[in-house]
Design a protein around this ligand. Structure first.
Ligand code: V3L
Length: 85
């Protein structure tokens, strides 16, 4: 986002950055004070809970990951599953 923050979801031993469009959508909801927002990941609806800071595939509570808002410059695994070397 313009102020240097991004949204991340948890992977094994690290964090993945959301793709830019999704990160911006989550940021917009966060700035509005929404409690949650929905995003689309590979055709599946996920709910990002902005109070609990988790994402979960809709109606599949086992598919739950922590999320966080942090600086765009932190070490990360990659973006939306695409590794950065
Ligand atoms: N954006 C992109 N892909 C996602 C997202 C998202 N917000 N949420 C889940 N997936 P689940 P390591 C992740 C993918 O939570 O080695 C990473 O992006 C998720 O991809 O059970 O464990 C990597 O591609 C997973 O493939 O619904 O760190 C991959 O895991 C699938 O949706 C491995 O990462 C099911 O996730």
């Amino acid at each position: 986002t313009e102020d240097g923050f991004q949204w991340y979801y948890e992977g094994r031993n690290g964090w993945w950055q959301y793709d830019d469009r999704t990160s911006q959508d989550i940021e917009d909801a966060f700035k509005k004070g929404d409690k949650s927002c929905t995003i689309l990941v590979a055709g599946y609806v996920y709910v990002v809970d902005l109070e609990q800071l988790v994402q979960q595939r809709q109606n599949e509570p086992t598919r739950c990951r922590r999320v966080k808002r942090d600086l765009a410059t932190i070490p990360k695994k990659g973006v939306a599953g695409l590794r950065i070397e």
